[in-house]
Design a protein around this ligand. Structure first.
Ligand code: DLL
Length: 432
């Protein structure tokens, strides 16, 4: 099933016509209503009339998180605050939060995009969807919530944490779909097992809608097997809207972007030059919405456009599963390391579990990467020789992928942190 066939199966010409019109409207509105944009466009010597088609978007200056912070809290709103009906904010780790304001129309666009994402995930109005993303300033909970209602499925607004209660709801309500972070899905799966329950027999879950943090294909397999579900990837960021900017379909080969409202570009993060389809770079999004449209917002997320058309019949462009953030990349002794590379290696080994932590230290001029990983309960024994062999094998597999030497420490089952609330934090960089 397709939620909005007119858009999701539109021809390139139709879409690019629509994008051009929405871009023109947006540029004219922000130029006249947002001093920040007017100044930036004047500095770049651009007038709204210079932006005629979607291809002209490259003439516009970029927007960065810092620009939003500099205009904290409401300085980038493009409508009077009386038109704003919802405010969200992302806390970030340092500095002021970034604040976004949505109009009533924006909320209906958002609910449309999330309904599309849920339909992409195979959710229908027959489903009972447990939303275990946080409700509050974070966009995950409320964003998915209204999408589920728009679709006509039943929403269970469970929010985060309280895992035993979540499992009770899964059982008693016969929940068929769950939306949460992939790290929480993993925690949920382990807790279900510890409680002596079998998802196949004791639950009706059949689909998961997971996002808000990076996760690998290997992690997807792990979650699908443990929970006996199909696991879909949903992407978004609060600045652009929240969850529902893109989501993957039945074919799980890239995430379809709601590109009638959210226009993606992939650029070389260093030069800002466009990447060709299929080439990895930084995702830059423009949002054609009302309350706080953004022009060429640098997400710092890494992905690529998947060339060609999807077998599902939708024509909307797909971005590859997110590869992490440019700022998540660790440079260790001059070598670029992505945490996702370590996750892929660990999860492709039968000995290792998806529970791991990376710590980077600096002694003098020498950087070291320590990987702590829990090994499977059934393999964890007092036999030092066995453990030594696992440790050597994991070390050599990781080193051959990363190209640097690493320290591997095997940990007892259930000894590393779990992520019951919020986003997983698996990297500690002591050099900062
Ligand atoms: O995480 C919105 C969201 C909620 C998306 C629920 C999906 C599900 P922020 O808190 O603003 O918004 O964080 C946005 O999270 O720039 C990415 O770095 C990361 N992220 C979000 N979805 C994915 C994903 C929400 N599917 C930031 N894969 C983004 C990888 C993701 N990273």
């Amino acid at each position: 099933m397709i939620w909005n066939e007119t858009i999701e199966c539109a021809s390139r010409e139709y879409l690019s016509e629509l994008q051009s019109k929405r871009l023109r409207d947006c540029v004219s509105r922000v130029y006249h209503n947002v001093p920040y944009y007017r100044t930036r466009m004047q500095e770049a010597g651009i007038l709204p009339g210079d932006i005629k088609t979607i291809e002209d978007i490259v003439k516009l200056p970029f927007t960065n998180k810092q620009d939003l912070r500099d205009n904290y809290p409401f300085g980038t709103f493009a409508v009077p605050t009386s038109e704003i009906v919802r405010i969200h904010a992302s806390t970030g780790t340092t500095g002021k939060p970034t604040v976004v304001g949505r109009t009533r129309k924006d909320l209906s666009i958002w609910a449309e995009c999330v309904a599309r994402a849920l339909t992409l995930s195979g959710v229908t109005k027959e489903d009972i969807v447990q939303v275990a993303y946080g409700y509050g300033l974070f966009t995950g909970g409320l964003g998915i919530h209204y999408g589920v209602e728009n679709l006509g499925a039943a929403v269970v607004p469970a929010s985060t944490g309280n895992t035993k209660k979540q499992i009770q709801l899964l059982q008693d309500f016969g929940t068929t779909a769950i939306a949460c972070t992939p790290s929480y899905a993993l925690y949920l799966a382990d807790t279900i097992k510890d409680m002596g329950l079998d998802p196949k027999k004791d639950l009706k879950l059949r689909v998961g809608i997971f996002g808000a943090e990076p996760w690998t294909e290997e992690m997807r397999n792990e979650i699908e097997n443990k929970l006996n579900i199909k696991a879909h990837d949903i992407y978004g960021l609060s600045e652009i809207m929240g969850p529902g900017v893109a989501c993957d379909c039945d074919y799980q080969n890239g995430l379809h972007v709601c590109e009638d409202y959210f226009f993606p570009e992939i650029l070389n993060p260093e030069t800002g030059e466009p990447c060709k389809d299929g080439e990895v770079g930084e995702l830059v999004f423009s949002s054609f919405i009302e309350g706080m449209p953004l022009l060429r917002y640098r997400t710092h997320d890494l992905s690529k456009i998947i060339p060609g058309q999807c077998q599902c019949g939708r024509t909307t462009r797909r971005i590859a599963k997110l590869m992490g953030r440019c700022d998540d990349m660790l440079i260790i002794r001059g070598v670029n390391v992505f945490p996702s590379q370590v996750e892929s290696v660990l999860l492709s080994m039968p000995e290792a579990t998806p529970h791991y932590m990376l710590t980077v230290d600096r002694k003098g001029l020498f950087d070291s990467l320590t990987i702590q990983v829990e090994i499977k309960e059934e393999l964890y024994s007092d036999n030092v020789k066995d453990l030594e062999n696992f440790q050597k094998k994991i070390k050599s597999n990781i080193e051959s992928v990363l190209g640097i030497s690493v320290i591997v420490q095997l940990k007892a089952p259930k000894s590393l942190p779990r992520f019951e609330e919020g986003k997983a934090k698996r990297v500690i960089d002591n050099r900062k």
